[in-house]
Design a protein around this ligand. Structure first.
Ligand code: FE2
Length: 346
């Protein structure tokens, strides 16, 4: 076992590894307009678009619909994807798909819309193309679909959930409200930090994860100021963090975030709040932890939730899937201390 002790701490597992990326990546400003070409290239002619209510009003979606129509592609839109969707929401989407009979599914939105789109496409046996409109989840390239099951977050993992293509167009980030931009970028940074330190990691995932982290950290400010270069940086950071995750999964940050989400926070909020604590405990860029906490406070307040700290800590302590993959062992008391610190900030 090799360990290192520099600014970005990790523990490298011994032995070999598998690493498989299954998704064609199309990146660049204006690339969303290539969707119709990608559909036609696959010999498909009936598309189901899965998106959120808010997105269905945006001009970017209208442009995509016009392109598809112009190319003679039949389109049905399912726009009832809520934030933090459940397996019941997927069932509704599948029911809609049964009527619409698409031969390809397109997910357009944040992680919630893409996770519903991916699961629906897998269930109906259709190929899928993902177009993210936030820079955060990395769902456009991951093999996961995170859904609520009986009020609790569950991550479904299957290589068949991987999209056939991901179209990452930084121009689509223009309409994101600042709080959503910050929360989702901090979710992407958490993916990068967790992937980098993961015991399941390897040189390839660490290269992707470190670049993803630095790109996101160093570009979020200019993205918020409306600069195209900044949007490009966080879009790429989120994408690369998602690629890194496919080889490692997440660790402590997501283990700490799930009990917060189960009590009403969005996924992005919970990760934005946990991230500074994660940097310190996992010894990854810990020098920037306080700066990131102040930055987060400006854009993303801590919502009021039921602070059942001992229950929340107990939920984390049994989450061995995440904890066993973390580079640092944490005690129950440390978990309690983190939640207590977060509650004091609220
Ligand atoms: Fe996440």
């Amino acid at each position: 076992m090799i360990t290192n002790s520099h600014k970005y701490f990790y523990i490298a597992g011994a032995g070999g590894f598998d690493f498989q990326l299954s998704t064609k990546i199309i990146f660049g400003e204006g690339s969303a307009r290539r969707l119709s070409g990608e559909v036609q290239q696959r010999g498909k002619s009936a598309v189901l678009i899965v998106t959120s209510r808010g997105m269905s009003e945006r001009s970017s979606l209208k442009g995509i619909l016009t392109d598809l129509g112009g190319a003679g592609i039949r389109v049905n839109v399912f726009s009832s994807t809520p934030p933090e969707p459940s397996v019941e929401d997927v069932a509704k989407c599948i029911e809609f798909a049964m009527q619409a009979k698409p031969d390809l599914v397109v997910g357009i939105g944040g992680g919630s819309a893409m996770d519903v789109a991916k699961k629906t496409a897998l269930e109906i046996g259709a190929p899928k193309i993902m177009i993210p409109t936030t820079a955060g989840s990395g769902s456009e390239v991951t093999y996961n679909s995170v859904l609520m099951v009986e009020g609790r977050k569950k991550s479904f993992s299957d290589i068949k959930l991987a999209a056939d293509a991901a179209i990452v167009d930084p121009d689509l980030l223009t309409t994101m409200p600042p709080s959503v931009m910050v929360c989702s970028a901090m979710d992407a940074m958490a993916h990068a930090v967790e992937s980098y330190g993961a015991r399941k990691g390897n040189n390839i995932t660490r290269a992707l994860a470190l670049e993803a982290y630095l790109l996101t950290r160093d570009n979020i400010g200019s993205a918020l100021s409306g600069e195209a270069e900044g949007r490009r940086g966080i879009a790429m950071g989120s994408l690369m963090a998602g690629m890194a995750l496919t080889g490692t999964g997440t660790t402590l940050g997501h283990a700490l975030a799930y009990p917060l989400s189960n009590r009403g926070m969005t996924h992005g909020q919970s990760l934005a709040i946990v991230l500074p604590y994660l940097l310190k405990i996992n010894r990854f860029d810990a020098d920037h932890a306080d700066e990131l906490k102040s930055f987060r406070r400006k854009y993303c307040a801590i919502p009021e939730i039921a602070w059942e700290i001992s229950e929340m800590a107990a939920e984390v302590a049994v989450d061995q899937r995440h904890l066993a993959n973390n580079p640092v062992d944490v005690t129950l008391q440390e978990i309690i201390d983190i939640y207590t610190g977060i509650q004091k900030e609220a």
